[in-house]
Design a binder for this molecule. Structure first.
Ligand code: FE2
Length: 364
């Protein structure tokens, strides 16, 4: 039988390289309801960078800034702007994970190493994925500290209440034209993932632009990575706009799960997070398209939340506008009610909404 050679327990953390981690940390605390739990920087003996660790339920975000202009992280930010550098995966054996993947063709980003402090030890090892994005395997069974060795607990005087963000549902990568299958094969052959779904340009096209997408998932289904590439259209696709402004492939969006999307989105809106808007006509025949749903229609319409149904149930979802000035990384908020898919029925309305934004930026 096919043994899973890369068992994954889930997402360990997501690290963003940002221009000003101190201020980004406050943004994610204030607007998204994350709690500051740990810090590493000059005060903890780290001389060249500062990192803030934020937590909400199962999600950990790390925000890192360099302290000088010649640091590799500074060059990363110059090229890409703020964005996701590390999609860290929680494993039981980091060295084996690194060996299994590098022996199948993954490029090593850092060899296995043990890092220690008074709370125990963590083993880490990293491989490259698309662009400059990396996967770090984190083995933490012998560690009781707040995050990783070297980090110290840190609290903010601002104590946010969570807004119901629970875990990372999926994380989407944008790659160049013609590269989607190469990266799908990478996840299949190097990481043992399976192809879950395919969307072609007939599924995902508007009058102007199109994209293609394939979704890969690991053995237990905890990790889902859709991979997008641009497809030919009359005008520049949203994926091309991303690639241009990110300076290559990278993480397009992180989808975060909630059990109460109306509450979560009300809170995000109240705190100033901006969302893509679909026209109110989207709601005119919504119930004809998706059938009976538990929620009242009016609050969904007021909050501009989208609904889609598949064979197993339905889902509710909404997309933020980009969370930095470059039109690159954004977030999705998703509530699943049985559906395991990704909202194919909403693609057209969504992409038209994105194109209206592209037009405003002069990038369509
Ligand atoms: Fe998504």
């Amino acid at each position: 039988m096919n043994q899973d050679f890369l068992p994954l327990n889930g997402t360990d953390y997501v690290e963003l390289y940002v221009g000003n981690a101190k201020q980004s940390a406050l943004f994610y605390q204030y607007a998204f309801g994350f709690e500051l739990i740990a810090y590493a920087g000059p005060e903890t003996g780290v001389r060249d960078r500062a990192s803030y660790v934020l937590k909400q339920d199962k999600i950990r975000l790390v925000l890192t800034s360099p302290l000088g202009p010649n640091h590799p992280i500074a060059q990363h930010i110059q090229r890409h702007g703020d964005g996701v550098k590390v999609l860290a995966l929680w494993v039981d054996d980091a060295e084996k994970s690194w060996l299994e993947t590098t022996s199948r063709g993954a490029e090593s980003a850092s060899a296995p190493e043990v890092i220690k402090d008074q709370f125990g030890e963590v083993k880490v090892a990293s491989i490259f994925s698309y662009g400059e994005t990396i996967h770090t395997f984190v083995e933490r069974k012998n560690y009781t500290g707040v995050f990783l060795p070297g980090y110290r607990p840190r609290k903010s005087t601002y104590q946010p209440t969570g807004i119901g963000l629970k875990y990372i549902d999926h994380c989407v990568g944008n790659v160049e034209l013609g590269q989607m299958n190469r990266w799908v094969e990478f996840y299949e052959n190097v990481m043992g993932f399976k192809l879950l779904l395919t969307f072609d340009d007939k599924d995902i096209s508007t009058e102007y632009s199109a994209l293609m997408s394939k979704v890969v998932s690991n053995g237990n289904g905890y990790i889902k990575f859709p991979i997008n590439e641009p497809a030919a259209g009359k005008k520049k696709s949203q994926i091309e706009e991303y690639l241009e402004f990110y300076g290559g492939p990278g993480v397009q969006h992180m989808a975060i799960a909630t059990d109460d999307i109306c509450h979560t989105v009300s809170e995000l809106r109240r705190r100033g997070v901006e969302f893509l808007e679909v026209p109110s006509s989207y709601y005119d025949d919504l119930l004809d398209r998706v059938g009976k749903i538990d929620e009242d229609l009016q609050p969904l319409k007021d909050l501009n939340i989208l609904v889609d149904r598949d064979d197993e149930g339905y889902l509710l979802q909404i997309f933020t506008k980009p969370v930095q000035d470059r039109p690159t990384l954004f977030f999705e908020i998703i509530q699943r009610k049985g559906a395991k898919s990704f909202g194919k029925g909403n693609f057209k309305a969504l992409f038209e909404a994105i194109e209206r934004e592209q037009e405003l930026r002069g990038n369509l």
